[in-house]
Design a binder for this molecule. Sequence first.
Ligand SMILES: [Mn+2]
Length: 548
Amino acid sequence: MSSMKPIYVIGHRNPDTDTICSAIAYAALKRAGGEDAVAARTGPVNAETKYALEYFGAEAPMFLSDLYPRVKDIMLTNDTVVRETDTLHYLGEVMQKNALRSVPVTDAEGILAGIVTVSDLAQRYFEEINMQNLDKAGVTLRAVISITESKVLVPEDEKALVQGTVRIVSGSRHTVEKLIHPGDVVLVGEGRYESMMEILQHNISCLIITDEGKVADDVLKKAKKNHILVARTPYDAYTAARLINQCVPVGYIMKKNMISFEMQQLLSDIKGTIASTNFRNYPVVENGRLIGLVSRDNLMVPEPERVILVDHNERGQAIEGIENARIVEIIDHHRLGGMQTGEPIYIREEPVGCTATIIANMYWQNEVEISPTIAGLLLSAIISDTVLFKSPTCTAYDTKTAERLAALAGVKMVQYGMDMLKAGSGIGTMSPMEIAKKDMKEFQFGDYHVLISQISVMGYEEVMKLKEQLLESMTAVCEQKGFDLSLLMVTNILEESTELLYVGSPKTLIGDAFQKNAAGNAIFLPGVMSRKKQIVPPLSEAVRQLQL
Ligand SMILES: [Mn+2]
């Protein structure tokens, strides 16, 4: 079965320039290959990435907060539209034809007004037919005439509303007097001259002669004088009464206090409501407008979202709810972090400086032309990840790819790169908490859960002045998320070094990893710029040594 849903191409949480630009470029490559792929992101675009997107005239990918199944994923379209002004007769037909047990009702503008069930309808029919009160039900004389297929004998304003009850007169003139009330629709058979004359004494809505009955001229004259509509139906009194009852608008009997859902609600959130109310169907609305239904019997998500992960492969770094999705590909340049899949998938994992390097070369290998915009974005990603080719993660392959991309994008590589890095460096208006979470990634080293953030600067002073507040923020994040250690790399891209701040325990892990006295909360690491190559591997190794 082919899916109608697109494949999301999505990078890691706390997106950086590589994650955003690689998602855009790889989604475009997939589309060039005929697949319905859409680039997505899990968080805000940082200042550096924003510079690149604006410079090359590209839009940020769509924001996806998570992949948890939502109402929209199981929503059924609502093909049968019933308005509150439609008659019960029409409703009955619709329900029978479509074998429905409940139907949402809207107003003329499509705004959800209520819901009506088979039992609401049945209830109406179980009630004594000739006792049905139509007052305030909004039934016009025209509707009464039309549904009973009556011929009008004495015309009056047919737009007038019935303001009483349907009465069947079968007794004597004497009983009529007690039975009839102003505003009633009165059904009577032929030959009841006395009764008819008496009935017309009262201010009724209309008189209907049943069974195609005859009616005396005196009766018609009196009706005309008293401004009472008279009509003749081919139906017997009980059939006519039942039909008139069906003129009642749906709005009169529908339930107005119904439970409705919105498309973006999580399935996990609505399941409890459904379990406790147990209706068959629940309307789905958007700004009050009815757009579909959720069925109690169809709470399983038929097909999980398909995603392609770029620039990461670890569950802890992936979009929330990834466990609900089907990962179809991974394009990445990081260590394998233990992701499991349900089936074989396409993985392209290369030890290069940037995911964009891999993707640019996939374009060329597939002989797909790279537009100047895409070339500019891929170039930006490489410059960002390799810190303008200075990071030890940078390979000759990255540099060569970047040079080709710069030519396609029509920019001077070093000048553009410096400008872009500058736009993304420094702390600007960031709070200590925002700095502590900058570019934050989660790692599992043996039994240890570790957070590592990174901010790039052109000088240490500005950030290190905030050291105490940063350590406080890091401690808060670490405790709140239940992590063992939280690290912040303050990386000087001009000097090519890092001040590593850390909180949590065991600090000996940091001491072992970097061969330093780590009793405090900071160590200076000259030549260190890469989290992936110079921070993560020594920590992995230190944990491994610990476990030997
Ligand atoms: Mn990357």
